[in-house]
Design a protein around this ligand. Structure first.
Ligand code: GLC
Length: 528
């Protein structure tokens, strides 16, 4: 293929439809709301959007419990709204990627209802993983991964009990998903983000894990089976038959040995690179994380999309505002008031991180609200929380609601233009977001939003086909690399200001410079 595939260095904006924009005023976002806000995405300069699930769902897991893979939940609109969104987006040069959830469905899916109504051992049960005895696997959301049904059998669910896992060895399951892929491809989607992509097939023997193994340990008998890779290759052929469509795998592993098989010839094109989401704010750690990620894809027909935020993790500004020795899960401690959050420092670092992310080779994913520098919302009352992680752990783990709060668009008080009249939003918005809204930030040249707008534009101008990063030493605590002879990023992740290396001009800075000094927690793009 001689042309450079569009997705290789695309900036992709992740939309969580329930929290983006609410056109019908029911307190939950919808497809018409997204369509009405396309000009915002055009101004931001993104190449594509990824929509997390908007399919019919009881919403036990924010829509990742899908009851019908080929329709739109009425709360989000209709298939006609979807088609109109794709058409309008295309008119603006924006592609639409949708989520596909192949590991499980909702307990409300007709096939699971049939399975429950059928006998043990029946073909209807064979589409899922029913057994007379459970093994010792634990759910990713806490508690056992098995739930017992009335006749005494148990079914497997790696996530919530309302999310039964498919049996991919039953021919109906691959056939169903082939239809699902074609259904959305025929409607013009640019590709798929593949949920829990490595878990489709389980080791057929369902072996017990050594006692005490955490559910997300790698490798495991429920991930990375050879049949999963073979199924992905089949999907790749389907995508290729439609032209330049792409699939991006969700895979929470940065172990090169685990990743390598997914990145081989004939596999799906991209695997998310989540490593920067758990890398503490230190130049050495960021450099090591970037170098190992670039090395994983080197020489392969793939690039790894960089992710700083998504709907499953605490907001970046909050993560970077806490003591970096405990970054792996700051929200839980923060919610309990056990650790301090320096919000301003976190935001300063998040601004610098944005310039690092957007200077890296490969595609960049920006989760809605990341471009506004939103903090995790920490004070959602227990009776308003929706994440099954919260309920399955009896409130011991607060979960992901705090990064899923409806976006602030304008105005001084909730719902901040999320809907155009007063409404109770599905998750409560904080009272102090007036300065964070799109309108307020658009009017402020120094805002996070304007930093993103400028960075995305300059990235296109300067980094389109630039070579991989070449790191150089710019002093203690700094992360510095060039992308070809004319462009360099220098970020100060240390505590003290450092002298900027020789350059001919400053393209963009994440914060004020002190003459020729780069202050702590600040990044610049310079020309040389
Ligand atoms: C993925 C999704 C997450 C969901 C889980 C189960 O990790 O990103 O939101 O809860 O899969 O579908």
């Amino acid at each position: 293929m001689s042309h450079r595939e569009w997705w290789r260095d695309a900036v992709v904006y992740q939309i969580y439809p329930r929290s983006f924009a609410d056109a019908d005023g029911d307190g939950q976002g919808d497809l018409a709301g997204i369509r009405a806000r396309l000009p915002y995405l055009v101004e931001l300069g993104v190449d594509a959007v990824w929509l997390t699930p908007f399919y019919p769902s009881p919403m036990a897991d924010g829509g990742y419990d899908v009851a019908d893979f080929c329709d739109v939940d009425p709360r989000f609109g209709t298939l006609a709204d979807f088609d109109a969104l794709v058409a309008d987006a295309a008119g603006h040069g924006i592609r639409v990627i949708v989520d596909i959830v192949p590991n499980h469905c909702s307990a409300e899916h007709p096939w699971f209802k049939q399975a429950l109504a059928a006998e043990p051992g029946s073909p209807a049960r064979e589409r899922f993983i029913f057994r007379d005895e459970p093994n010792n696997w634990q759910s990713m959301f806490g508690g056992p991964a098995w739930t017992q049904v009335e006749d005494g059998q148990w079914y497997l669910h790696l996530f919530d009990s309302s999310q039964p896992d498919w049996n991919w060895r039953h021919p109906d399951v691959p056939a169903l998903f082939e239809d699902v892929l074609r259904f959305w491809l025929d409607r013009g989607v640019a590709g798929f983000r593949v949920d829990v992509a490595g878990a489709m097939f389980k080791d057929a023997a369902l072996p017990d894990l050594p006692p005490g193994t955490p559910p997300d340990a790698e490798p495991s008998p429920y991930s990375h089976q050879p049949e999963t890779l073979a199924e992905h290759r089949r999907w790749r052929k389907i995508l290729d038959s439609y032209g330049d469509r792409v699939a991006i795998l969700e895979q929470w592993s940065d172990n090169p040995e685990t990743m390598a098989p997914y990145l081989g010839d004939g596999q799906l094109q991209q695997v998310f690179n989540f490593t920067l989401m758990s890398t503490p704010w230190s130049a050495a750690d960021w450099r090591a994380a970037i170098e190992s990620s670039v090395a994983i894809t080197a020489g392969r027909p793939v690039t790894a999309p960089w992710v700083l935020e998504n709907h499953d993790a605490p907001r970046l500004a909050t993560r970077l505002g806490v003591d970096q020795s405990i970054i792996r899960n700051p929200t839980e401690e923060a919610l309990r008031g056990e650790i301090d959050i320096d919000r301003e420092r976190g935001l300063r670092r998040a601004r610098a991180a944005a310039l690092i992310q957007l200077a890296l080779p490969g595609s960049a994913y920006v989760y809605q609200g990341q471009e506004l520098g939103l903090h995790e919302v920490l004070d959602i009352p227990a009776d308003r929380r929706e994440d099954p992680i919260f309920t399955r752990t009896a409130g011991a783990i607060f979960g992901r609601d705090g990064c899923r709060v409806p976006l602030p668009w304008s105005g001084d008080a909730p719902p901040y233009g999320f809907a155009d009249h007063p409404v109770r939003t599905w998750l409560p918005q904080p009272g102090d977001w007036a300065g964070q809204t799109v309108a307020a930030q658009s009017a402020d040249p120094g805002s996070m939003l304007n930093l993103y707008r400028t960075a995305v534009r300059l990235r296109r101008e300067h980094l389109g086909s630039a070579p991989d990063p070449a790191f150089f030493d710019a002093g203690p605590g700094t992360l510095a690399f060039t992308r070809g002879p004319g462009f360099a990023l220098v970020a100060n992740l240390g505590e003290e200001p450092v002298a900027l290396p020789a350059h001919t001009g400053t393209l963009l800075a994440s914060g004020p410079l002190e003459g020729d000094l780069l202050p702590a927690d600040t990044a610049v793009w310079v020309s040389r």
